[in-house]
Design a protein around this ligand. Structure first.
Ligand SMILES: Nc1ncnc2c1ncn2[C@@H]1O[C@H](COP(=O)(O)OP(=O)(O)OP(=O)(O)O)[C@@H](O)[C@H]1O
Ligand SMILES: [Mg+2]
Length: 113
């Protein structure tokens, strides 16, 4: 039986201590190296820098043939694509994550906030 999706938040009011960096490292490690299915909910509303960075990377992939071929080989070798990153206000992040999970046919193992 599939286990329940785990919700994990790296959280502190202090700025610049590594919340965003550590979230992406942990999400990427579990998604790409450990084979888990991961979602990231960026709660740094309204900047949502991690979400914006992800959008920039996808745009870059659409326009740069070199990165495109690298991404295709990576995704083919992994048998999966990059993980989704959604932007949400902190107060609605959990309901946003639950809404996202309910619409996705693929099961997710971990949601990082
Ligand atoms: N692209 C980068 N290049 C070099 N250093 C960076 C880069 N991005 C972040 N840093 C540094 O890494 C450290 C952790 O940054 P990070 O953005 O992960 O912290 P944070 O806790 O998410 O901050 P915030 O509260 O502003 O969201 C900070 O000292 C930051 O200045
Ligand atoms: Mg941050």
């Amino acid at each position: 039986m599939k286990q329940k999706t785990l919700f994990i938040a790296f959280s502190t009011q202090k700025g610049g201590v590594g919340k965003s960096t550590f979230t992406i490292l942990a999400a990427s490690f579990l998604h790409y190296l450990k084979g888990l299915n991961v979602v990231v909910v960026d709660c740094d509303y309204p900047q949502c820098n991690v979400h914006d960075m992800h959008k920039r990377e996808i745009r870059q992939l659409e326009t740069n043939l070199h990165y495109q071929s690298k991404a295709i080989s990576l995704f083919e070798s992994l048998g999966k694509q990059t993980y989704p990153i959604v932007c949400a206000k902190p107060e609605t992040a959990i309901s946003r994550a639950k809404e996202f999970l309910s619409k996705e046919p693929a099961g997710y193992d971990v949601v990082f906030f």
